[in-house]
Design a protein around this ligand. Structure first.
Ligand code: UFG
Length: 317
């Protein structure tokens, strides 16, 4: 398929384009490099430096595409709390501009990067797709607003879509991994602290979880990428839905810290600090729907394998 991949120079997008290329797709990346890196996009993938709000550019790119995979977005929860309007402007505003262009184009297939952040606090069990969506931070709010826009707008356009709700993307694909600036994610920060003798701060020890720290469902980015490929194959017969992408297993912050010590063989200093605003206690996926609809499930289920791949990326031999 001829794919237009927005945000393909980022962490998850960059993993997807490698997998899409290997699967035989023809890929064009559009990225404004506000958080992505040009060198993430390898030959022979076409790279276009630009923004989804550039309508003439979008018309040109969409005219030559069969499907859009939309990763481009800001994705740091704490930043969204500091600048909610900016997050809605970039994520929702960017998406609306993309939809206006898609509406006037021949493209009728869209894969959208949604997030487990749409769920909010939950009731202490894995989230199912039809659970209430009550985001507790503006980042999750932008993803919910986009999901709802798609629900209302796509049928009239005859647009098929899959809103893929990522749980915690982690790990690396060979030479491509997390390069966020600033880095805020647990696994790279814990690895960095172990490597440099620095300290990992644990945000909150009084959550209603067995060890008091937050539980997350860490999914390897390569597994995420494969799910996107399966979703693309499934579009075209009227599929318009949202799906969780996770492993179905959760690990606490302390368990991740212990895993980092085991994988690196290095000591890891931790300090306990107060909760970080906007953090739900438990985010774990019920993974049944993606299996039923796409015959997809995550293959890298061991946390140590995920952490090992991130460590290999940060600490190449
Ligand atoms: N954490 C720490 N110390 C740190 C960094 C993180 O204790 O230095 C904790 C957080 O409080 C949280 C857990 O580790 O409980 C995971 O935090 P991350 O920042 O790695 O990931 P988040 O769960 O906050 O968010 C990520 C993505 C979001 C996405 C969400 C969905 O950044 O885009 O997963 O699960 F919405």
């Amino acid at each position: 398929m001829r794919l237009l991949v927005t945000g393909g120079a980022g962490y998850i997008g960059g993993t997807f384009i490698r997998s899409a290329l290997a699967a035989g797709h023809e890929v064009t990346v559009l990225d404004n490099l506000s958080t992505g890196h040009r060198d993430v996009v390898p030959e022979p993938i076409r790279f276009v430096h630009g923004d989804i709000r550039q309508r003439d550019l979008m018309d040109e790119l969409l005219a030559d595409s069969e499907a859009v995979v939309h990763f481009a977005a800001l994705s740091i929860v704490s930043h969204s709390i500091a600048d909610p309007l900016g997050y809605y402007r970039e994520n929702l505003g960017g998406f609306l501009a993309l939809m206006e262009a898609i509406a006037d184009s021949p493209v009728r297939k869209l894969v959208f990067s949604s997030s487990a952040a749409v769920y909010g606090m939950g009731e202490g069990r894995p989230f199912k797709e039809d659970d209430p969506r009550r985001p507790v931070n503006p980042y999750g709010g932008t993803k919910l607003a986009i999901e709802e826009t798609l629900e209302h707008v796509a049928p009239g356009l005859g647009l098929d879509y899959a809103s893929l709700r990522y749980f915690n993307a982690a790990g690396a694909m060979d030479d491509h991994g997390e390069r966020h600036d600033p880095e805020t994610h647990l696994i790279p920060l814990a690895l960095e602290a172990a490597a440099t003798g620095g300290e990992l701060k644990i945000f909150g020890q009084d959550y209603p979880t067995p060890d008091g720290t937050c539980i997350r469902d860490y999914i390897h980015v390569e597994d995420l990428a494969q799910a996107h490929l399966k979703a693309l194959d499934a579009l075209g017969d009227g599929l318009r839905t949202a799906m969780n992408l996770g492993t179905g297993s959760g690990f606490s912050v302390r368990e991740v810290a212990d895993c980092v010590k085991n994988v690196t063989g290095l000591p890891l200093k931790v300090s306990e600090t107060t909760r970080r605003e906007g953090d739900p206690a438990l985010l774990v996926a019920d993974v049944g729907k993606a299996w039923d609809l796409l015959a997809w499930r995550a293959e890298k289920l061991e946390l140590s394998d995920i952490v090992q791949s991130a460590w290999n990326f940060l600490n190449p031999r």
